[in-house]
Design a protein around this ligand. Structure first.
Ligand code: SAM
Length: 264
């Protein structure tokens, strides 16, 4: 598998790049009424910033897992009092982990290649009556970034790559569609809400950083293209991306996200 950019590549700078995911994660932490006695697993914990925030909400054990070894390394070094381990949620063996009262999953689910199977595995991690907290971008996740990417793909030199690109994301269109998806697996919905947030940006680099914090992992992964990507693909992509952001004078990014609190 050839990935030009992976979450491991951005692990050490994720705190700066992932500010939008982080602020959504803070909202998700506050979306749940903590009793202070819950054991928690943070699924796809990244650099562990949110895991650390969760650990302030409960006296019980909090664990973070992520498939990126570098993310886990950064998390373990920043928060040595919390246990982090490296695991792919899509490959989880049901008995490999303890059971938890709460599973927390911020900006992770859209990366699942087999969301149905993976959700079944996640269910095994929960105690009876366990809670699942999910924040995930909707299909229309950020109109401004979506437009820029589309315009890059419309450039003559990118048309063959646009045609060869297979969208890897698991996205549904609405709150109702997600509710239905989780209910099929036996989850009950406590609370579910679409939240649109606005981030003000000044200059190309901030918009590029927002792209690099997550979406780039899809657009720069060789696996998502049916043609070979050249070595300088990212460089050319960035050139067009910057030209388009300059022309369009974008000063804000709106993110459409779904916050859900579910229980078994
Ligand atoms: C956008 S980051 C979010 C990190 C963190 N949850 C946050 O909100 O700050 C997505 C994270 O999910 C992890 N991830 C994606 N798919 C995963 C999987 N199948 N198993 C474990 N981790 C996964 C990535 O490695 C990455 O660290």
């Amino acid at each position: 598998m050839c990935i030009l950019v992976s979450f491991s590549d951005v692990a050490t700078v994720y705190q700066r790049l992932g500010i939008n995911q982080h602020s959504a994660g803070v909202q998700l932490v506050n979306f749940y009424r903590w009793k202070g006695t819950e054991s928690v697993i943070d699924l796809g914990c990244g650099n562990g910033q949110l895991t650390a925030l969760i650990s302030e909400k409960t006296a019980e054990k909090v664990t973070g897992i992520d498939r990126s070894t570098k993310m886990v390394k950064v998390a373990s070094s920043n928060y040595p009092h919390i246990h982090f381990s490296c695991a792919d949620l899509e490959q989880l063996h049901p008995d490999a982990f303890n059971k938890y009262d709460v599973a927390f999953m911020n900006s992770v689910m859209h990366w699942f290649q087999k969301p149905q199977e993976t959700l079944k595995k996640i269910k095994y991690l929960l105690n009876p009556n366990g809670h699942l907290l999910v924040q995930t971008p909707l299909k229309s996740w950020c109109p401004q970034l979506e437009t820029i990417i589309q315009q890059v793909f419309n450039c003559k030199e990118f048309i063959p790559f646009a045609e060869a690109y297979n969208n890897p994301w698991f996205h549904l269109t609405s709150d109702q569609a997600y509710q239905h998806f989780f209910q099929k697996f036996g989850f009950n919905v406590t609370k579910s809400q679409v939240v649109t947030t606005t981030t003000h940006v000044s200059g190309n680099e901030q918009i590029w950083d927002a792209f690099m914090s997550g979406p780039a992992q899809a657009f720069f992964a060789q696996n998502n293209y049916s043609c070979q990507l050249p070595k300088d693909y990212e460089h050319h992509f960035k050139k067009q991306f910057s030209r388009i952001t300059e022309q369009n004078q974008i000063d804000q990014l709106n993110y459409n996200r779904l916050m859900m609190s579910l229980f078994l």
